[in-house]
Design a protein around this ligand. Sequence first.
Ligand code: ADP
Length: 451
Amino acid sequence: MNSRRLFRRSQLRLALWYAGVMGSILGLSGFGVYRAMVQSNWLAIEREIESIAGTLHDSVEPLLPVGEKPTEVLKQIFPDLCISNEPCLKEPTLIQRHTIGISDRTTYYIRLFDHQGKLLAYSPNQPTELPTSFNPEIWQTFQLKNGDRYHQFTTILHSANLNPNRFDNSWGYLQIGRTLEAFDAEVQRIRWVLISGCLLALILIVMSSWWLSQLAMQPIYKSYQKQQEFTANAAHELRSPLASLLISIDALWRILPQQTEDMKTTVKTIERQGKRLSNIISELLFLSRLEQNPEVSKFTVFSLNDLVNDLTEEFLEIAVLDDIYLTRDVPTQEISILGNESQLYRLVSNLIHNALQYTSKQGEIQITLKTQDNLAVISVRDNGIGISPEEQKRIFERFYRVDGDRSRKTGGTGLGLAIAKAIVDLHQGKITLNSELGSGSIFRVYLPLKI
Ligand code: ADP
């Protein structure tokens, strides 16, 4: 993957993390604020109901009648209430005298029960769906079929001059309830304010996360660029003296062919090492160019059939010399892609070269070209030494070699597969490896077809 894309991706990932963490904190705080506001509204409602119930209770209790038929007295105490089992024609204006202080009288309703739980009187505006049977629970919340909710408080009423035959002195129960319409509307309003506030904040968080991640990535990107430049420069600087070293050695060979064997060996070693260094440098230079300026790679449409055929021909001679059976399987139908031909040539040639290096005499190598789901697939299969699963994970890293000494002897630089990966990435393809130690390896290159 080229460095620019890699940094963009890291920046995006960083921004997403920032936004995710900040968004979660915001969401949790928003939820906390919402719960606290709803709770405080709810407590305020309960306090209000309790205080009205307390006022009513205190003013009604001394007036409570003795006897089992208290309705006449009730009519006097609560002229606005309807008496149970009697026609009720009163206007629902409710709680007249005893609830002075209730700002909105239509919000509340009252119900009175005797000590056996029988309904004695009720406000004309009580919800019609309320059960007439008594439920002694202190706090109750109902929801009617039309969705309206009510919250109700029950308190016990005592009478000072009760029938002495009764074992307790409870006269009955007073229930006072109120509609939760205003409360529900307020909760809805809080919810909307918080949701829209959180959404707005989230948008700002996403924007600032992107900006912050950009700030955070800048120094890293700069230092990465510097390092890239250094590699490119170092490779460039080293190339010329090395080239002249190699030329000098070549000249030495010609001038001093009759020198002693020791001298020859030394010069040979210098030459070999010089060539190795030169290979490393040109591969490093190629890699760094590929990553720094991917756009300079000229893409053209070309046939992979020709590329595979040419490469097989090229390596056939070496394979015969190494006593290795090299075959190809290329379809007659043309398989073309859009890409850089010389880079792909280098990539496949590297895979074949490796296969030859790591396959012993009388081994087999097969190069195959085919298509699969809009992709061209080039595979290089060998039955050589294979690669262990742990090594397979690191094989595409720069300078990584399974067995440093062995690979060095084969003249490898440890950069071949790193270059192969960089080329495949540039072509928006992928490279895979299937291998088993001792049985061989298959490298597969997938490239998008030119449709
Ligand atoms: P080198 O230039 O050393 O071959 P590469 O990057 O091409 O570097 O390969 C990295 C390492 O992967 C090699 O050192 C070798 O150990 C291992 N390798 C690559 N291809 C094969 C193969 N076909 N069979 C076994 N090992 C392989």
